[in-house]
Structure formats: C-alpha cells, structure tokens
Write a new protein. Structure first.
Length: 747
C-alpha cells in the first residue's frame, strides 16, 4: 500500500514542490514554533550541565545554537563541537535555537567570529558533561573512573563489558562534582568524528522541502501588516501627510506615525508613516496612495559624484596618523624612484535575497518578536528603548536568515514592528520591500585611497604611505564622527610587508547616509587599493608578481600591532608571515601560476594574498576580456588558512559564495545619490551577480592546522576585486583604479 507523506509547508514550500513530479503536499498552518526548535528546552532538561546543553532521561541531547543561521552553517558547526567532546551520537542530538539572552554570551553573528569566540566554550561544555557521565558510571559500577570511557552516547567499562546509556546516567551525573576547566581532558584530533568532517547541516531538509522558517514566514495569531513610508533623504522629518486615499484601499485599516530618530541614529527606526492592513499586499498598495510632505533637511544637497571629489581631496592631504614607522618623509625626499596612485571604491548596499521582516507583539509591558536577525541581543536593547521597557522584557525568537551580510545585525525594522504593536494593541508584521531595503540600507561606505611608495633598485618599497578617507561606521553612534576608527585595521594599518618606513593616515569623511558594516567591511576597499597598488609596483619593477610578494613579505616573523600596554599578554593571532608564505606557496601551485603568469591576448591571472578576520586567504582569478570589453571569470582558486576548521564543507561553500558575491560587487556594485536620494531601487539597477557572471570553476583548498580557529564567512570577499583588476591588467595592459568595472573602457 502506498503511504501519503504529509508535510507542513509555507507558500514558498508549496511553490517549490507543487511543480515536482509526483508530489502530494497537504499544507497546514505554520507558527514559528513549528520549525525553530523552540519546543526544545535545554534549561528544562532532566540534566542541564551547561547553558548550551541539556540531556533527557531518554538519552536525547539538546544543544543550544545561540548564534544566527544565514547560510554559514553555524547552527551545525558549534553544536558539533559540543557533540564531539560529549562523544554523542549525532543522530540523537537536537538543536535548540536560542532566544536573545545575555546568559549565552555574545550573540551577534557578525565579524566571522562565532567559532573563534565560542570554540573553547563549546569544547568545555561537551567535555564537562562527558567527564561527569564517566564519573557517574564509575561510581555506579564501583570501579576506577580511569577504567571507563564515553563512547558514542554510552559509557563503557571494557573489563566487564558493562555499558550504560547517557539517559540512564542523567540522575547520577547531576550529582557529580563539576570538574574544573583545568582538569578537563579533550579528545585528540585523531578521535574526531564530527570536528573537521563534512557533517550535513541541521537545517538541510527544511531548506530543501520548504518547511524552514525565515523572517518573511513568521506569523503570530491576530496580527496585522504594516508597510512604512520613510523620508527619501537621510535625517529628513515628517511635515504632514494625507492618508484619505490610502484608507480607501481594500484591506487598509489605519495609518500610524513612527517618530523620527534622535541623533545619533544607531539602530533606531528612521521614522515615517505606516499603513496598517490585513495583508502585506493591501498595506503596500495603501502606502502608494499616501501623500506625504517631508522636511528633507541638510542632506538633500548630497550628490555622490561630488562627494567622491570630497573624499579624493581628503585622501590626498595629510591626515590623522594611524601607524608610523621609520622616517617616511625623509625617505621620500631623497628617493629617485617613486610611484603613486589614487583608488576609489563606491557606496554599496547589502541587498540580501530576503529583505528585513519582523513580527512583534507588545502586551502587558513586554514584547515578543520573531525576526530574521543576526543579533537578538541588539533587538532586545533597541526594541526596549523604542517602547520604553527593560531589555529583559523583550523576547526575541530568531528565524533563519535569507542572507544578512551585516544588514540584519541592525534591528531598526524589529523596533518598527514593536512600536506599531504598542500603538495598535495587537501583533504587527513589518515587511520591507526590495526598494525599501536598498533605499534605506546601512550602506557600505565609499572610499578614496591614496597610495605612494619610494622604490629601491629592485623596485621594492623603502617607504610606504597609505591614506584612506571614508564616512565611518562610528557615525551611527556619534553623529559628529568623521574618522575611521577600527575600520583602519581592516586591511590598511595591518599591511604585513617588510618595509622599513611606513605610514598610514586617515582623512575625514563627512556623513550624509546611514553607514554600517557589510561582509568583510573596510577590507573590501582597502584590499582593492593595497593589492592593486602592489601589482602596479611589481609591474613597474618588471618582476613576477609571486616572486615580488615573497620579497615584500620578507623573513618569517610575527608582527604585533597592538598598543604597548597590551603586548604583555600573549596573542595567538599575531600577524604571521610564515602563514602568508604557506598560502602563497599553495596558491601558486594550485592555480598553475608558473604557466599562466604572462597573460595577454585577452586572458590574464590576478593573484592576491590577504589577511582578514584573522584568516590568511589567497585568491587567484583567471580573467577573460573579449573584444567588446566584456569581463568574465574563467576560474577562481582559493587557498585558506583559517586555523582549525570545524566544518570544512561549509567553509568551502562560504568561499564559493564569497567569490560570486565579490564578483558582483566588482563588476556592477554601486549606489549613487542625487538630491540626497538613493538612485537605485531593485536588482534591475543594483544588480547582484547573475549565473553568467559566476566563474566557470571555483577551487577551494583548506590548509587545516592546529592554530586557533579564525574567520570564514567574510575573508573570501576582499581578495576578489584586486585579483580581478590585476587579471584585467595582465589580459589587456589597462589599469583599473576605480570600481565598479562597468565604467572601465576595455574594448
């Protein structure tokens, strides 16, 4: 007899399966709890040995994923570390998605730091529970604890052949003394079953069959929908509006005003007029009928073309010194051979496939919300401030994210839903359109970078000067801020080269938009300028690029750029030239550099080694330029030294995605403004990479080692742009110093 398989599906799931051959799908209503693992409760398990772990009497292991899943595999990677040290059977592990709560530590899934920050904590959680289970079994059998061993979800006494499952030991284990961290014994790498192995991501089935819940899917009983009209110019304020036509749209029930933020903007809502309706469609149609008058303020004069000149002027003048070694001025004064260049990278938008969305309910002085967020603790803080309650009274449930790239660490859209719910007394779902997402982003800043070098007889720099100017991220927290702060350490201060006289400066960047961090942050523009300039120097010296890089790196050594008062404490992440060299060795071999380096006739290779988020990344890109000047990528090679890699399959996937992401930014990525307003609105005029833009081949090699874990989600992006423009030069002899490539005249 044939069986009928009933699967809970959303609209996305229905559309994804109804056209599959032989599919019979019966849909039922989905509430968020159905797919988020919220029915799991590690805190309430029979034994709760860690904030990240619970074990039930039936042996089920509940591991808490306290970071957000947006394709990186973090909901699998961190739990596998716990399961590894616990020696759990992965088939008996359940993943609970954490709500926002400070007890879990930092929950901001940003900066490629999830594994780096929590690898040790997860190891300790698993090893602590394993040690206590072994102690309980030894006590039960009255044998020395040295004679028992946890093995695949049970504790075994080899001499007698006795075995006890984890569930059988829960009560006794809970009475065991908690071991000190210094007494824990961790598994040897040779014993690993999960760490460093390709474990299927825990969300795979739900993503494939359409039952996985994203922010756009979240629902709450009795909710209404909101679409919000905001000032087209940053920091504009509402003068007045006419909603009479909007209220005539079928399904529209009311309009509500959201107050404009008070500087600095932070993660607050921008403010505006919300149209409330019984469906997203009705809310959006009603919004189109609003008549709104704005006081556009000082930023209405902002023009991106003119602003480029402001940044270039700023970068061309002496600025604040951020790193200064040797005597740069004296070296330039006596140099007979110098080279300089001015690079420019434009404003960029995140443009994830899933625009921001949130549903929130304000009730009895508390808020419950469901949203696609990278930072549920920021949701708690921002929502609490917006509605006048304590952060602890905000419960934030985290859905899957259909992309984030840093945009969804800023929860202005969740605060909008909470503010409207407080006004209306019912749950409100806020859905941003694609146009909203692009118009009202926290943009990646444009940047101008001036580079200058004094050169010796072999063309190696004896002095290096780098200046960068851009509107800083710090401006969202201090409206008067114009200098880069931490962003300077992202690919500009931290150049690793053996140059005796080196200075890095930062010029001011006036702010006219919301500025935020995007995937790899300032490494995007800084890597473009630094590695493009290095390629120029190698060409000027008439030297092979790889050989020139080896010379620039100099002898193996470690570089500590920390302030003097911090250097007494050991730093496992100091800049390590030996790791740069190993990556370059492997990259030159993997990409076949020796036979491709000459280039010409419309085909060329660019090669770059860049360190970001504590990982050492090499990228070589094969670039083809046809007679019409169209640029395409035949092959991308990556070599990665990210220290200990927990989940190799996801790391490779991240770099494959980073190649495509970086290609899109390089070829067409640009946000422009006129009269203070963003000119782009959707993928027709802010195109992301299409299939035809993707390289024909991507090869990823991981140099697995025992160094501490480093970043993986972001470091694949920075080398792509410079590798492409260096490849364009090798193919055509034409140097690219501004992005995107669409402006380059290569025909």
């Amino acid at each position: 007899m044939n069986s009928v398989h009933i699967t809970r599906v959303s609209r996305r799931g229905f559309l994804g399966t109804v056209f599959s051959a032989g599919a019979l799908v019966l849909g039922t209503k989905i509430l968020p709890e159905d797919a988020f693992g919220q029915e799991l409760n590690a805190d309430g398990a029979a034994w709760h040995p860690s904030v990240y772990l619970g074990i039930e009497r039936d042996g089920s292991v509940i591991i808490v994923a306290h970071r957000s899943e947006m394709g990186t595999g973090v909901r699998t990677a961190l739990p596998t570390v716990v399961a590894e040290e616990l020696d759990a059977d992965w088939k008996r592990v359940k993943i609970q998605q954490a709500i926002g709560d400070k007890k879990y530590g930092d929950q901001n899934t940003d900066g490629s730091c999830s594994v780096r920050l929590f690898y040790e904590a997860m190891r300790q959680a698993g090893a602590t529970a394993r040690t206590m289970l072994e102690g309980a079994a030894a006590q039960t059998w009255s044998v020395p604890v040295s004679e028992v061993k946890a093995q695949n979800h049970q504790v075994v006494h080899a001499k007698s052949g006795k075995k006890l499952g984890y569930g059988d030991l829960v009560a006794a284990a809970a009475r065991q003394p908690v071991p000190k961290v210094t007494d824990l014994k961790f598994k040897h790498a040779a014993e690993y079953r999960y760490v460093g192995k390709d474990v299927a991501i825990t969300d795979l089935d739900g993503i494939l069959n359409g039952t996985a819940i994203y922010g756009q899917d979240a629902k709450m009983p009795g909710m209404v929908y909101a679409s919000i009209e905001r000032s087209p110019v940053f920091n504009g304020t509402l003068k007045n509006f006419d909603d009479s036509a909007a209220k005539q749209v079928k399904g529209v029930s009311s309009t509500q005003v959201i107050d404009a933020f008070k500087a600095p903007c932070g993660f607050q809502p921008l403010g505006g007029v919300a149209v409330i309706a019984d469906s997203t469609w009705a809310a959006m149609q009603g919004r189109k009928q609003l008549k709104v008058n704005w006081d556009l303020g000082a930023n209405q004069s902002y023009e991106s073309a003119a602003y480029r000149k402001v940044l270039e002027d700023s970068a061309s003048k002496p600025g604040k010194q951020a790193r200064n070694e040797g005597d740069v001025d004296a070296t330039f004064a006596k140099a007979s051979n110098t080279h300089e260049a001015l690079y420019y990278a434009p404003t960029l938008a995140h443009a994830p496939m899933e625009p921001p969305a949130a549903v929130a309910e304000f009730k009895n002085g508390k808020v419950v919300c469901y949203t696609c967020t990278q930072n549920p603790q920021a949701v708690q803080d921002t929502v609490a401030a917006a509605v006048g309650i304590k952060p602890a009274d905000v419960t934030c449930h985290v859905t899957l994210l259909g992309g984030g790239f840093g945009r969804k660490s800023k929860p202005d859209y969740v605060a909008e839903a909470a503010v409207l719910s407080k006004k209306l007394g019912k749950p409100v779902k806020v859905v941003w359109t694609r146009e909203d997402d692009i118009h009202f982003d926290y943009f990646h800043a444009p940047s101008a970078m001036y580079m200058k070098a004094a050169l010796d007889a072999k063309g190696k720099p004896t002095a290096w000067l780098g200046r960068t100017a851009f509107p800083p991220i710090g401006s969202i927290f201090d409206a008067k801020e114009q200098y880069g702060g931490f962003q300077l350490s992202l690919g500009f201060i931290d150049v690793p080269y053996d140059i005796p006289n080196l200075r890095v400066e930062n010029g001011p960047g006036p702010v006219h938009q919301r500025i935020g961090w995007m995937r790899s942050v300032s490494n995007i523009n800084h890597a473009f300028a630094v590695h493009g300039f290095i390629d120029e120097l190698a060409v000027k010296a008439n030297r092979d690029r790889v050989e020139y890089l080896y010379d620039l790196f100099g002898k193996d050594r470690k570089i500590d750029l920390r302030p003097p008062d911090q250097k007494a404490k050991p730093d496992p992440y100091m800049i390590d030239i030996a790791r740069y060299r190993r990556v370059l060795d492997a990259l030159a071999e993997q990409s076949g550099w020796a036979k491709h380096k000459a280039g010409g006739n419309g085909t060329g290779y660019g090669i770059v080694v860049h360190r970001s988020f504590l990982s050492y990344i090499g990228a070589a890109v094969e670039v083809d330029v046809d007679k019409a000047g169209k640029v395409s990528m035949g092959r991308v090679d990556y070599v990665i030294d990210a220290g200990k890699v927990i989940h190799p399959d996801r790391v490779k996937a991240q770099f494959e995605g980073a190649a495509v992401f970086g290609i899109g930014l390089t070829k067409t990525g640009e946000i422009t403004s006129a009269n203070g307003q963003t000119m782009q609105s959707n993928f027709n005029n802010y195109p992301v990479a299409r299939m035809t833009d993707a390289p024909r081949e991507i090869h990823v090699t991981i140099l697995q080692n025992d160094a501490p874990p480093a970043g993986a989600g972001e470091p694949g992006v920075p080398p792509i742009a410079p590798a492409i423009v260096n490849g364009v030069f090798a193919a055509t002899g034409k140097r690219i110093r501004e992005l995107p490539l669409k402006y380059a005249k290569l025909a």
